[in-house]
Each structure stands twice: as structure tokens, then as C-alpha cells.
Design a protein around this ligand. Structure first.
Ligand code: KIV
Ligand code: NA
Length: 278
């Protein structure tokens, strides 16, 4: 596969061809994105919950993110590789954000970084894009703020809030972000923002079908395990059922000694056992 570039994503947007993005957290999931034609692989900080068992993305450290980004990068080569900036690694100042982003690119192997926020990130986005680090913004529902927002709730559902999301997107485009995740907003707003922007590519999650692309979390999409299911999640597979079937079948076979069978074991050449016993 040919490497997916920002120019390629812009061409998809221009031709109204929906862009596919999926999260990945390790080498095998990275390889699956590579092998099955995904345009953008995202090492999301959802890593914290779905892969590391934390109760919030705000617990994820930069070192943990880097460790997983390196693994994904080894498996996912053609898709554009974007990694989330963990909570607290880009908020103190544009310089602080730049130091963190350089590590994500140099040590992690990411092509671009993603950051949650609006107007308050304009200087930071300018700084990073100014030195050649592509930035994907993330507006609408920002999970790193779930406590301040009193939960994972849809944003932009009243006129004032919708205007806030739109203004954030416009400001981040102006600052140089090449793309933005638009999370959990009314579909009319997702479509409107996507039309109002001139170059920035929108990737929706719970933002309706009118954005330039879609993203889902790997584990939500495949049903690898069933936690809370947000309104915008569709399960395209039930991997947890296969896992349960396989684990139970293995344990049963071990307990009843039907595994391993003779043909799953090694033999000694003729005569060697007799020699050994003597
Ligand atoms: O962390 C994540 O997985 C994300 C996507 C859902 C956009 O930010
Ligand atoms: Na995220």
C-alpha cells in the first residue's frame, strides 16, 4: 500500500469520499489497519480505558502512550499515523506542547499529533504546525474534560454551545490544523461545520454522516469486550463471543485431557526410548 498523505486526505474530502479512521493500541491492531485499508490509524488515549484498564483517559502518561505508539507504528505503515497527546502534556504552554509532540513523533513514530480543545489551543497549533508537526484537533465532546463537563455528554445541542463548537473549529483551521475529530454533536452541526471549513478535514464520532470521515474505537467497533456502549457506537463484530468460546473450549479440553492429542506431541526416533530407559 502507498503511504496516506495529508494531500491524499484532502483529495478524498474534495471528492466527497468518506475517510476511514480507527484506533489501534498495539502491533496486531496496527497491522489490521494496514492490511484492511484504513486511511488513518489513531493511537487514541482511549488506550487508557480499553487497553490498560484505567477509569479515565486523564491517567495516561506520555511514556505509556509512546510505548504503545511504537508498537502500532511497527504494524501500521501505510495509514497516516496519528497519536493522541495525553492529558497534561500540551496544556502548560506552546513550548511544553512542542516538547511533548517532538517525543510523540521522534520516539513514537507518529506522523501527526491530536489534541483536545478550542480557542485556547490556537497558539499551540500554530507553534506545532509552524515547525512541521501536523496537528489533528478534537472538538465537541472532549473526554479529557469529562469531570468538568459532568459526564460524557453530547455538546453543541443549544445554539450557544453549537456556535462555540463552530468557532473552535474555524479558529483551529485558521491556526493550521489539517484535520479535526468532531465528537458527539448533533448531526446537523457536524455537517454544517464540515461545509463551513475550507481545508480542514473533519472526522466524526457521534457527529452524523455529514463529516468528511468517521472514527470508532477498536474495541467498541469489534465488541472485544462490552462496557458502556455510547449512542454512536455500532458493533460490527462480536469478538468477545469468539474469545469466550475459545477460552472455554481450551480449558475444557485441558481438564478432560483431550488436549494435547498424540499428533500434537513429539516422538523419539525408534529405539531411543528403550536406550533412555536402560
Ligand atoms: O482516544 C480516542 O480513541 C479518540 C477517538 C475516539 C477520536 O480520541
Ligand atoms: Na482521545
Amino acid at each position: 500500500r502507498k503511504k496516506v498523505t495529508i494531500a491524499h486526505l484532502q483529495a478524498l474530502r474534495a471528492s466527497r469520499t468518506p475517510i476511514t479512521m480507527l484506533t489501534a493500541y498495539d502491533y496486531p491492531t496496527g497491522r489490521a489497519c494496514e492490511a484492511h485499508g484504513i486511511d488513518i490509524t489513531l493511537v487514541g488515549d482511549s488506550l487508557a480505558q480499553v487497553c490498560l484498564g484505567y477509569d479515565s483517559t486523564t491517567r495516561l502518561t506520555l511514556d505509556e502512550l509512546l510505548h504503545h505508539t511504537r508498537a502500532v507504528a511497527r504494524g501500521s505503515r501505510a495509514p497516516l499515523l496519528v497519536a493522541d497527546m495525553p492529558f497534561g502534556t500540551y496544556l502548560a504552554s506552546p513550548e511544553d506542547a512542542l516538547r511533548s509532540a517532538v517525543r510523540v513523533v521522534r520516539e513514537g513514530g507518529a506522523d501527526a499529533v491530536k489534541m483536545e480543545g478550542g480557542m485556547e489551543l490556537v497558539e499551540t497549533v500554530r507553534k506545532l504546525t509552524g515547525v512541521g508537526i501536523p496537528v489533528m484537533a478534537h472538538v465537541g465532546l472532549q473526554p479529557q474534560r469529562h469531570v468538568a463537563l459532568s459526564g460524557y455528554r453530547a455538546q453543541g445541542r443549544d445554539a450557544e454551545s453549537a456556535l462555540h463548537v463552530l468557532r473552535s473549529a474555524l479558529a483551529l483551521e485558521e491556526a493550521g490544523a489539517f484535520a479535526a475529530v468532531v465528537e458527539a454533536v448533533p448531526h446537523a452541526l457536524g455537517t454544517y461545520i464540515s461545509r463551513r471549513l475550507t481545508r480542514m478535514v473533519t472526522i466524526g464520532i457521534g457527529a452524523g454522516a455529514g463529516t468528511d470521515g468517521q472514527v470508532l474505537v477498536w474495541d467498541d467497533m469489534l465488541g472485544t469486550w462490552h462496557g458502556h456502549q455510547a449512542k454512536f457506537v455500532r458493533r460490527f463484530a462480536q469478538v468477545d463471543r469468539e474469545v469466550e468460546r475459545g477460552v472455554r473450549a481450551y480449558a475444557d479440553a485441558v481438564r478432560e485431557r483431550s488436549f494435547p492429542a498424540l499428533e500434537e506431541s513429539y516422538e523419539m526416533p525408534k529405539g531411543q526410548w528403550e536406550k533412555f530407559e536402560r
